[in-house]
Ligand binder design. Structure first.
Ligand SMILES: Cc1cc2nc3c(=O)[nH]c(=O)nc-3n(C[C@H](O)[C@H](O)[C@H](O)COP(=O)(O)O)c2cc1C
Length: 212
């Protein structure tokens, strides 16, 4: 897709040439967006097996990641990182996982990333901080995952946010290049939906509201 919004056009560039200090002079007034509300109210995950090419790539993907990196982040620590698994990288990541997997999982491990054209592994990478609790840093990584999904949908793609067994397996995490203090916040698989997903039942929000 072609990105012609000024924010998006600069997003990839900012990602490659990060500015140490944000321009504090750039005030952003709140703006209504019916399209955003519609997108949020209709977003659905697409099963990984239903994800086909095209997926975001090149400048689109860099812009998408830059958008996701705007997730709320107390202290500007950037307590997360992105590992892009696409093209032949999918087989390389699968091979790394296969080597680390228990016998009964090896075959599926090798093919894990082949299921979709793109997977962005979001790694929660908490930074030492006297001010920002680790819990907040972990939550920020979750917000990044959701930002990837929302941004991808707004670009016309589909996706899903999975963890699956590698997120809970220390050997798998190491094989994918994570340090001991890092965790996988999500494998965000992206592509185009083979067919639009059906709506699903939702947890009833109203029943989960209490008031002081
Ligand atoms: C952190 C996180 C991890 C998830 N991991 C898995 C998973 O490993 N396998 C799975 O089937 N769904 C997983 N899901 C659920 C899907 O991402 C998705 O939310 C669910 O299928 C419902 O679709 P929806 O996004 O349209 O509500 C996970 C969700 C979250 C938030």
């Amino acid at each position: 897709m072609h990105l012609d919004l000024p924010d998006l056009a600069h997003a990839a560039e900012r990602l490659q040439h990060p500015q140490p200090t944000a321009r504090k002079s750039a005030r952003r007034p709140a703006r209504e967006s019916a399209e955003t509300l519609a997108l949020l109210s209709q977003r659905r995950s697409t099963k990984v097996a239903q994800l086909r090419a095209p997926a975001p790539s090149g400048a689109d993907l860099e812009a998408l990641i830059a958008l996701a990196a705007r997730a709320p982040d107390h202290g500007k620590l950037g307590p997360w990182r992105f590992v892009v698994i696409e093209g032949e990288g999918r087989a390389r990541a699968g091979a790394a996982l296969e080597a680390a997997a228990a016998e009964e999982r090896r075959e599926s491990a090798a093919m894990l990333f082949a299921r979709a054209p793109l997977c962005v592994m979001v790694v929660s990478s908490p930074k030492p901080s006297a001010k920002v609790p680790e819990w907040e840093q972990i939550l920020s990584a979750g917000a990044v995952c959701y930002g990837l999904l929302i941004g991808a949908h707004a670009m016309g793609y589909a996706g899903c946010w999975l963890t699956e067994w590698p997120a809970f397996d220390a050997r798998a995490r190491a094989a994918l290049g994570l340090a001991d203090d890092e965790r996988i916040a999500g494998f965000v698989y992206l592509g185009s939906a083979a067919e639009p997903p059906l709506e699903r039942e939702r947890a009833e929000a109203a029943q989960r509201i209490t008031r002081f």
